[in-house]
Design a protein around this ligand. Structure first.
Ligand code: SF4
Ligand code: SF4
Length: 368
């Protein structure tokens, strides 16, 4: 495909051309290559458009810690449940509603009489607080930079006094570092998430590329976007080079959304935090800074849920290995049997960005 030819995002002929190019690159490389993407929307695009069936032998594209719902730790869900059980209304995104905590999900808590509302945005949670001044409204805020920035904007805009935030927001770059350092994870390059990079900018990955000497390409979500980003990554692998490239220039810039970032870092600071099933990750959880303490649900409520161990079934869940690129969903003994979208055992089966849910939706083993 020529440099000047416009991308037709779902054009089969362009996809074929790119697939041929991947074959050629893999023939040049002449050894297996493993790439990792870190975004549930990339997994959806790959599964939905059958892109794995277009990849040459020896090339695998694995899902990393790319779903913010999946990496929310069970004790964080427990905190939200504990707050709801204390009588506050917990507002959260639909995906979080059914994610199991140690003992129960927010959906279970609501079935038991607690007040839990599903919202589509942080601003909807604020509207709920404004409309119900006699109630405490706690926004259980999950998600990466893409949703942390709007949560920060809300907190920066003097929300009502009965509104607070239980932050389970997470920051992706440190998790990529931890995965890159895992001895049993052998990744040759990262396909970075286009949505998150619209906020953070792709320049953010420069230090990573230098430290880990691995290529990173930021990619969009149409089939051609994904194939193009994979092509770029393979070029780096073939040339034995690290490097950073933006294959999603129609949405992503080097600096990102500077104003959103400024607000985000004004409101949040990073602390170490456990990502579900993966590891304790330094600098990867976002908590409210002191000037915003009055809106911090952890400080407003007594949230120390009793930790009496997880449900035995959840101990068989291999979400952590899946998000570290070490296993596929169908390697989990519970996949499609005890664990289904209507009765999820682990978080990866709940979220529309979770690999188990996506694989279940597209037939159990999509084109691998
Ligand atoms: S929030 Fe956006 S960038 Fe982040 S994982 Fe989800 S879809 Fe991808
Ligand atoms: S199939 Fe269910 S239990 Fe198994 S890894 Fe996926 S979410 Fe966890």
């Amino acid at each position: 495909m020529s440099e000047t030819e416009p991308l037709q995002f779902r054009d089969p002929a362009q996809a074929e051309q790119l697939a041929d190019r991947l074959e050629t690159l893999m023939a040049d490389i002449d050894e297996p290559v493993s790439l990792m993407h870190v975004c549930g929307s990339h997994e959806q695009a790959i599964a939905k458009f059958g892109l794995r069936s277009m990849l040459p032998d020896g090339l695998s594209v694995r899902m990393g810690p790319g779903c913010p719902v999946c990496v929310t730790n069970m004790p964080e869900v427990d905190e939200a449940v504990a707050i709801a059980e204390q009588g506050a209304t917990v507002a959260t995104y639909g995906d979080m509603f059914r994610v199991p905590g140690t003992k129960k999900s927010l959906a279970d808590a609501r079935a038991d009489g607690a007040s839990v509302e599903v919202v589509y945005s942080a601003s909807e949670a604020v509207e709920l607080a404004a409309a119900n001044p006699e109630e405490e409204i706690v926004f259980f805020a999950t998600g990466f930079e893409t949703t942390a920035a709007p949560t920060a904007a809300i907190l920066d805009a003097d929300p009502p006094a009965n509104f607070s935030v239980l932050s389970a927001h997470k920051y992706v770059p440190p998790a990529m570092e931890v995965v890159a350092e895992m001895p049993d994870v052998d990744i040759d390059g990262f396909l970075a998430a286009g949505h998150a990079a619209t906020i953070t900018g792709y320049g953010l990955f420069e230090p990573f590329v230098e430290t880990y000497e691995l290529p990173i390409v930021v990619g969009g979500f149409e089939p051609i976007d994904v194939l193009l980003a994979i092509e770029r990554l393979l070029e780096y692998v073939r040339d034995g080079k690290a490097g950073l490239e933006n294959a999603y220039p129609r949405c992503v810039s080097k600096a990102g959304n500077e104003q959103a970032l400024e607000t985000m870092w004004d409101v949040f600071e990073t602390v170490p935090g456990e990502w579900r099933g993966i590891a304790e990750i330094p600098g990867a959880n976002l908590v409210l800074r002191d000037p915003y303490a009055e809106y911090d649900a952890r400080r407003r409520f007594d949230v120390e849920p009793v930790d009496d161990g997880p449900d035995p079934l959840t101990e068989q869940c291999i979400c952590g290995d899946i998000m570290a690129g070490k296993a596929d969903p169908d390697e989990c003994d519970l996949f499609g049997e005890e664990c289904t979208p209507s009765n999820p055992v682990g978080a990866c089966m709940v979220s529309s960005e979770g690999t188990c849910k996506i694989w279940d939706e597209y037939g159990g083993h999509p084109n691998l």
